[in-house]
Write a protein that binds this ligand. Structure first.
Ligand SMILES: C[S@@+](CC[C@H](N)C(=O)[O-])C[C@H]1O[C@@H](n2cnc3c(N)ncnc32)[C@H](O)[C@@H]1O
Length: 220
């Protein structure tokens, strides 16, 4: 296997989804409502790229921490920067037909997700804490999507996303993807502590921007 094996594997797919895209990093800057809507990168190309990569890897199971809080009132092909800033991630995963396990601590968000995914029997929604859910998860994870604790000062979001990764790490398949949202703010945001730990587990960094994508490919 070559040194940049994940990149070689992913290059064509990432080029397809990210050609021409510019996503800024905000570091410690406060985002205005206008920045949030019109300047900030959006999850969509990361979600689509992750799905194409997962298909190429023949992955079977997606686990998401932090499901939808924003109802989906349009087709997934439409993009509205006001409505699509969170990402509607669970419906993107649902459309793959793969096994999707999503967890959220807020019953209201679980209800929004249940409504959006009502025609997808492959989606299982759990209401509870993401770390506890991952500790109890009994299966192999091919794609882990971390998008829960808000990147605001009152919440230890970087620590909690690291804890979530640590709870999941033994359950990740030898070839797997980890995708983290909100890494373009607050000096790495939700991924600030998790990303180095994920890299130490043999994952390669594929993308940094609104989201960070890491991939590990098994040698077998
Ligand atoms: C930014 S939203 C997720 C957006 C979603 N992934 C999407 O694309 O639409 C973050 C979610 O994480 C949930 N959350 C916060 N703390 C959590 C925890 N301890 N365990 C599970 N979910 C949590 C919130 O209730 C919220 O719905």
């Amino acid at each position: 296997m070559s040194l940049n094996s994940s990149w070689e594997f992913a290059r064509e797919i990432l080029t397809k989804h990210f050609a021409g895209i510019r996503h800024p990093l905000f570091f410690g800057n406060t985002l205005s409502a206008d920045d949030q809507t019109n300047l900030r990168g959006k999850p969509r190309p990361y979600l689509l790229a992750a799905i194409d990569l997962l298909t190429k890897m023949q992955g079977k199971t997606i686990v998401e921490v932090g499901c939808m809080r924003q109802p989906l009132r349009h087709s997934l092909e439409e993009f509205n920067p006001v409505c699509c800033n969170d990402g509607h991630s669970t419906v993107f995963w649902a459309r793959t037909g793969l096994a999707v396990h999503t967890v959220d601590i807020n019953p209201g968000c679980c209800n929004v997700t249940a409504e959006a995914c009502r025609s997808y029997p492959n989606v299982r929604i759990s209401c509870g804490d993401g770390v506890k859910f991952l500790r109890n998860f009994n299966g192999t994870i091919d794609l882990l999507y971390l998008d829960a604790w808000e990147a605001v000062e009152t919440i230890p979001y970087a620590e909690k996303h690291l804890e979530a990764f640590q709870a999941a790490r033994e359950k990740l398949a030898p070839s797997a993807i980890v995708l983290i949202d909100d890494t373009d703010v607050a000096f790495g945001g939700k991924g600030r502590l998790a990303i180095p730990a994920i890299i130490r587990d043999g994952f390669e960094l594929l993308l940094i921007g609104r989201q960070t994508m890491l991939m590990r490919l098994s040698q077998h």
